[in-house]
Design a binder for this molecule. Structure first.
Ligand SMILES: [Zn+2]
Length: 484
């Protein structure tokens, strides 16, 4: 195994070596030991190493197979127990090409600016808010033509900053949609109708109908800790826990959303600040969560995907125990269709759609579903930060699933409320039997994911007339309830 790694690692970027066994590319970085050695002792250092960086002491990377030798021969050596991700893979850290390798926060920002410049007609860069340490949370708006009158889709990643592969999924979404839309537009201009690829048409159609908002890094502070402090950290944000050990940081942002926060379900989240699932002192206590809540209220998304790694699953709302979905259960029905398209590239594990991975509360997914009627999923990718060569496969597998997602979004017509073909109603609020009260944005554009409205009675609030009406809806067609 170590031999393979030794040959592979310098060549990873060129993808020439064979397959690694499945279990090896999870925590591949354990293949190395990171040492701290005084500079003057380097000259006669007896073991092959890679120099990461030097000040008075040097950080070295040594393969784990030499570990015994290190222990036997060197008494002065200091082992860095939980090194930062950038120290294990200086090759990635130093590469100047933005398309290669995982990205730190700064590299993501550079990528976003580059992407915005390259596609001025379809991309805008927006500020969503700030992290606990003041880093900006960025969003991309992907659009075509007039965006104000279209329903919005929300894609996000890295609620957990240590899941760097999830960021790549999100950036791939942006790249796929924009590049293919431009390809399609080019062929329209040239009037070539024959050679248009299916995916170019798909991307074009999607941006014709929806706007897509991509937030590639929610937990930017966590991401920074993962890169620069330790690869075992970065799941949570950077909130300091004063009363506890100084080393322990943060709140798990995906337990901090206000819906069913601290539900009392066992192990769904933790009140212990040292736990990786710490939910925070109160619902939406964190600046990152607050920023996203503001963002969602502004755009009231009809559909959302939250990228995580690496359970190889689609999680269906409600993912929390014991809550009933609207009937018929379209979220499950749709997820089961989408999941078939994904390829995990792991022999032992295929993608599956499930209601729950383990007990959770306070997630963004359930909050979005309950508050806005956003059809909100978590897509758990197939690997935990594997070597880049494997990551590229994983991104491809996820892209296939996203293509199916776009197809679903195009198959279901956008729900606007009609009583007769000529009148379009713009409700701002739907009341469901399960006590959800789904809201559209303040201006009341009135979009809801149509599948969720199937054969249902709703109370609908119309802001302009200031009245509530009871409606019966069949997909996107609604009529007033008879005994009103
Ligand atoms: Zn996660």
């Amino acid at each position: 195994m170590n031999k393979i790694l030794k040959i592979c690692v310098p060549l990873l970027l060129f993808s020439v070596c064979g397959n690694l066994p499945a279990e090896e590319f999870v925590h591949w970085y354990d293949a190395y030991v990171i040492l701290k050695v005084p500079r003057y002792k380097l000259r006669r250092f007896p073991i092959p190493y890679k120099r990461v960086r030097c000040k008075r002491k040097c950080i070295l990377r040594v393969e784990r197979r030499h570990w015994k030798e290190v222990k036997d021969r060197l008494s002065y050596v200091e082992v860095v127990k939980e090194p930062a991700f950038k120290d294990i893979f200086p090759e990635y850290w130093k590469t100047r090409k933005l398309s290669l390798g995982y990205k730190s926060y700064r590299r993501v920002v550079r990528w976003l600016i580059w992407f915005r410049r390259k596609h001025p007609r379809h991309v805008r860069l927006l500020r969503v808010g700030k992290s606990w340490k003041g880093r900006t949370i960025w969003a991309l708006r992907l659009f075509r033509g007039r965006y104000k009158s279209k329903p919005n889709i929300y894609i996000n990643a890295a609620h957990h900053g240590n899941e760097v592969l999830s960021i790549e999924y999100a950036l791939d979404v942006a790249q796929f949609l924009v590049q293919n839309t431009e390809t399609y537009e080019r062929s329209l201009r040239k009037k070539e109708k024959r050679n248009i690829s299916e995916k170019a048409k798909l991307a074009y159609d999607l941006l014709e109908k929806y706007n897509v908002y991509v937030v590639p890094v929610i937990n930017s502070d966590g991401l920074e800790r993962f890169w620069t402090v330790s690869y075992t950290e970065g799941r949570k944000n950077a909130r300091k826990q004063r009363r506890y050990q100084r080393k322990k940081f943060g709140v798990d942002l995906n337990r901090n959303y206000p819906f069913m926060w601290n539900s009392g379900i066992e192990k769904a989240s933790s009140d212990d600040p040292n736990s990786p699932y710490y939910r925070g002192k109160k619902p939406a206590s964190e600046p990152e969560t607050k920023a996203i809540i503001r963002f969602a209220k502004k755009y009231s998304f009809v559909f959302s995907v939250s990228f995580h790694t690496y359970a190889t699953k689609i999680l269906i709302p409600y993912t929390i125990n014991g809550l009933k979905n609207p009937v018929p259960d379209y979220p499950t029905y749709i997820a089961e269709r989408i999941v078939k398209a994904g390829i995990s590239y792991r022999e032992e594990k295929e993608f599956k759609a499930v209601k729950q991975l383990y007990p959770v509360d306070g997630t963004d997914q359930d909050w979005l579903f309950h508050t806005f009627g956003t059809l909100a999923y978590i897509y758990e990718g197939s690997h935990q930060n594997p070597p880049w060569r494997v990551a590229k496969k994983s991104i491809h597998g996820m892209r296939l699933m996203m293509i199916e997602t776009w197809k679903v979004l195009l198959d279901y017509p956008v729900a606007i409320f009609r009583t007769k073909p000529s009148t379009v109603w713009k409700p701002s609020k739907l009341l469901l039997q399960e006590k959800e009260s789904w809201r559209t944005n303040p201006k009341g554009i009135g979009y809801f994911f149509p599948a969720l409205l199937y054969e249902k009675y709703f109370e609908v609030y119309f802001p302009e007339e200031k009245k509530t009406v009871k409606l019966f809806c069949f997909h996107s067609y609604c009529k007033e309830h008879i005994n009103k």
